[in-house]
Ligand binder design. Structure first.
Ligand code: ATP
Ligand code: MG
Length: 422
């Protein structure tokens, strides 16, 4: 038997409603914050991610699904959403539209990682990206959007951690201080961090190895090195969060895994799903658009991992709404009645009522058993006498009560019930 590839997962028919619930919440948050959906290809030229995510990142160094297509071009399955959206933005000249441009996406992403709980090779992200605004209000709004999304899903126990990693100017000074600090401690660090030391010492702060984490704790803090402008920006973001009563802690060791971040960075972290606790991460990336050949336009965004959210919701018993069920199941006693169940069902479906009929030539008893399992709210059996009278004996499955309803009034009757339930 051929199995699903390692690190990927199927979404089964009795589980998909959970995905729909999370995605609906994402779309609803995007609607109220006025983010417009964008869709970009699943694969892009490899160079886009090399430049857009950064050569020194784990993602580019070891996690990308890269292949040559039949024309000999190097392609890569998107490991994240931002680079593709930034490319789309530049390529379509969106920089000449009124700013800011507020976008969102729901996308699969691919990383060649060691699969474990909350870490997959194909996973999904809900992300937003805002282009064109430098103002701290935008940073705050993006954080509010992420927080609204988590609140909408009734997720509890997730902590917001924020930091500012400054701009090119202050980071230069900071990198020097970091190098100074780590230089005498290189022996104690993992091999990966030893190579980060030369190319991008900031990234050492993002290492997951215990020994490196320990060293990072006592390292110089970026917050002590911010230039006046960056400090002011960060202070204003904090004031705006405070004004909404949004709780957070400043964690100077949050630097994010990708290369393109600047100034505000943030993560929403849970302690209920083990080591892979970050359910949502984001920040400003003012240098990305110009890095990719566009104009010098600032941008900011976040991405939330849908599988991690799902895991968190399941682990902490956050309730999901019930799966959708057919409003009515129409059972037929014989061929003629079956034909009638089809006709009535089609009439209802065309008017937006979910209706189910027998597909398996089952006995009435077996049909009713199936209707019960499918969770149908109402059941009606059609036989000779119903065909003759045109009156259905509608049984409400939740309490067993029955009602006689003329078939031409069935839609109005069911529609009223559906409305009352809402
Ligand atoms: P981590 O530190 O856990 O490796 P990351 O910094 O690589 O995360 P980002 O690139 O910021 O993650 O991606 C944003 C979000 O996407 C993460 O916070 C997480 O929820 C989700 N995510 C990232 N990688 C994976 C993965 N391999 N499997 C499932 N979800 C993932
Ligand atoms: Mg990672």
């Amino acid at each position: 038997m051929i199995s699903v590839p390692k690190g990927t997962k199927d979404v089964l028919p009795n589980q998909s409603y959970k995905w729909q619930y999370i995605e609906d919440a994402a779309r609803e948050v995007a609607r109220v914050f006025n983010y417009k959906e964008v869709r970009t290809p699943v694969f892009e030229h490899t160079e886009l991610f090399q430049r857009g995510v950064g050569e020194t990142t784990d993602v580019v160094k070891k996690e990308m699904y890269t292949f040559l297509d039949k024309g000999g071009r190097s392609m890569t399955l998107k490991p994240e959403g931002t680079a593709g959206v930034a490319r789309m933005f530049i390529e379509n000249g969106l920089a000449s539209s009124p700013m800011p441009i507020k976008t969102f996406y729901i996308t699969p992403a691919f990383r060649y990682e060691n699969p474990q709980a909350g870490r997959l090779r194909e996973f999904h992200q809900f992300g937003i990206e805002v282009f064109g605004s430098l103002s701290p209000e935008t940073d705050a709004e993006v954080i509010f959007a992420a927080s609204s999304f988590l609140n909408k899903l009734k997720i509890k126990g997730v902590k917001l951690e924020i930091n500012s990693i400054g701009c090119r100017i202050c980071r230069n000074e900071y990198n020097k201080a970091l190098k100074n600090y780590f230089e005498s401690r290189l022996e104690e660090m993992c091999a990966n961090c030893r190579s980060r030391f030369d190319k991008n010492p900031l990234r050492i702060l993002d290492c997951k190895e215990e020994k490196c984490k320990k060293l990072a704790e006592a390292a110089p803090k970026i917050t002590d090195y911010l230039c006046e402008d960056c400090k002011k920006h960060f202070d204003t973001v904090r004031l705006l969060l405070d004004a909404q009563g949004l709780e957070y802690t400043v964690n100077p060791n949050i630097v994010r895994g990708l290369d393109y971040y600047s100034r505000t960075v943030f993560e929403f972290v849970s302690t209920s799903i083990g080591a892979q606790g970050t359910v949502c991460g984001g920040g400003r990336y003012d240098g990305l658009i110009s890095e990719l050949g566009g104009s010098n336009l600032p941008a900011i965004g976040f991405a939330a991992g849908i599988e991690r959210l799902l895991l968190l919701m399941e682990n902490t018993g956050v309730p999901f709404p019930e799966d959708k069920v057919p409003t009515i199941y129409l059972a037929g006693m014989d061929d003629k009645s079956r034909a009638q169940t089809f006709k009535i069902a089609m009439g209802l479906r065309e008017r937006g009522v979910s209706a189910e009929v027998d597909h398996m030539q089952r006995s009435v008893k077996a049909q009713l058993k199936y209707a019960d399992k499918a969770g149908a709210k109402f059941v009606a059996v059609i036989g000779e006498s119903e065909l003759e009278s045109g009156v259905l004996n509608l049984k409400k499955m939740s309490d067993g009560t029955t009602a006689a309803v003329k078939s031409e009034e069935l839609y109005t009757y069911l529609n009223k019930v559906i409305k009352e339930e809402k």
